[in-house]
Design a protein around this ligand. Structure first.
Ligand SMILES: [Zn+2]
Length: 450
């Protein structure tokens, strides 16, 4: 694919870009301090004012981090939007929550009209850099709800002049029917869901490469082995692109080169024109060295409704400097397909799930003694979450299926995700210290040839 820039920032030199970015960050710091109660409290605690932030080094050394807990406490202090709400309430035109109702709580993110238009413009840019052009027909597989991803995957490509089929409420077979009937040229799907689509197409006697017109695939959210992208590109005769994104405004996408080139992984070109992004070594707090993994920290720029500074995403990404890719964009890079987490949050079917949530639902049943969970790709190529439960001694055999069914219902009610809940065939390991109950076998499952 030829090189196409979506913004003026992509053709700037790194020096010019960083100069512009610093000026914009300074304005955002001033704005946040002037309007956000959360920011004022943080600066007071750190005994600083915006006047103390004169250089990027000052910013890195003096400005405190913002955590998920900070946002939740702020919401509690002034429900529902928190003291960080920095515009009159009537200017808020969209409110989104982070996914995964859990013991950890959901963050509330508000948007003015300008904030919202800027947000889905970022998604337009992701699609643009992935080669989507006017006249393309694409699939948005996400159902509309109170999380941000679904509407952006509708409005983002629509803004580019693509036709978007919103198929989020349909099953896999119906989605494939639409792809075939309307000659969709591109699709968006997570790696695990691409695996499911591929297997289902083959079950239906459809060869994606021969019988479908899909030639561009955008993926996101999960880590994957390089061989998985090769497999998908072969089976679909399509090029796979990938992006990194979050509700909290840390975004980036692969460029024309896609998710892999030969055996080489591609890079997320971090959208530093919309956020001031840092990738920090968690031990030293210093910027990660080229090739090193670090934690992603984001400060959204030009954000009016609910600004915050230096939000710790707990995402673990592998940093590379802008010139590690030769496409010329001045943005810092993160390796595609290798992002993981510093905490034990799992993204299951695109939904954030914390093990604590499952712990609570399992251990509030009097009959249960221990459990173990795993996330994997099933033999029929579907993303599955399963838990096996060990009962306390003396629990009658006829009670057990009811308890298992109740646990499954409760998990579905709380998370929206169906888990297979079974009885353990043998006693499970019990540890005195914090038990690691979960294994994630998905990347391994994607490696297998279907
Ligand atoms: Zn590039």
């Amino acid at each position: 694919m030829e090189k196409r820039y979506y913004t003026k920032y992509e053709s700037m030199s790194r020096e010019d870009f960083k100069r512009w970015q610093w000026k914009t960050l300074k304005e955002q710091i001033d704005y946040s301090y002037a309007h956000s109660g959360l920011c004022q409290r943080q600066f007071k605690q750190a005994r600083i004012t915006p006047d103390d932030i004169k250089t990027p080094e000052d910013f890195a050394n003096k400005v405190p981090f913002t955590t998920k807990q900070d946002l939740l406490a702020d919401q509690k202090e002034r429900p529902p939007f928190g003291t960080r709400l920095s515009v009159p309430e009537k200017e808020v035109i969209q409110t989104f929550l982070t996914s995964g109702t859990s013991g950890k709580g959901q963050e509330v993110h508000t948007f003015t009209r300008a904030d919202w238009e800027a947000f889905y413009d970022i998604v337009s840019m992701i699609y643009y850099l992935s080669g989507w052009v006017p006249g393309d027909r694409t699939m948005n597989p996400l159902p509309l709800g109170t999380t941000i991803a679904a509407p952006t995957h509708y409005l983002g490509p629509l803004k580019l002049g693509c036709e978007v089929f919103n198929l989020g409420t349909y099953d896999t077979k119906t989605k494939l029917d639409y792809m075939q009937r309307f000659n969709l040229t591109c699709i968006f799907a997570t790696p695990a869901y691409l695996e499911t689509l591929t297997a289902e197409a083959e079950n239906m006697g459809i060869s994606p490469a021969k019988d479908l017109k899909v030639r561009k695939i955008l993926t996101a959210i999960q880590a994957y082995p390089v061989s998985f992208i090769h497999k998908i590109e072969d089976k679909w005769n399509a090029k796979v692109y990938d992006y990194y994104g979050s509700t909290q405004y840390a975004e980036g996408s692969t460029c024309e080169k896609g998710a892999v080139q030969g055996e080489q992984r591609g890079f997320y070109h971090l959208y530093e024109h919309v956020s001031y992004l840092e990738i920090l070594n968690p031990e030293t707090g210093k910027p990660a060295e080229p090739g090193e993994f670090g934690e992603v920290v984001t400060t959204p720029l030009n954000r009016k409704a609910s600004p915050y500074l230096r939000f710790k995403l707990l995402d673990r990404a592998r940093y590379f400097p802008h010139n590690a890719c030769d496409c010329g964009r001045p943005f810092s890079l993160a390796e595609a397909g290798t992002v993981s987490r510093y905490d034990d949050m799992m993204k299951i079917k695109g939904v954030n799930i914390w093990p604590e949530t499952i712990d609570e639902l399992v251990f509030t049943k009097d009959e249960t003694y221990e459990y173990q969970g795993r996330v994997f790709i099933s033999d029929d190529r579907k993303e599955k979450a399963e838990i096996v439960v060990e009962f306390k001694p003396g629990i009658a055999a006829e009670v057990r299926p009811k308890v298992l069914a109740k646990i499954a219902d409760d998990i579905r009610d709380r998370t929206g995700i169906g888990f297979d809940v079974k009885e353990a065939k043998q006693p499970l390991p019990h540890a005195v210290f914090k038990v690691r109950r979960w294994t994630d076998e998905r990347a391994k499952g994607l490696e297998k040839k279907a």
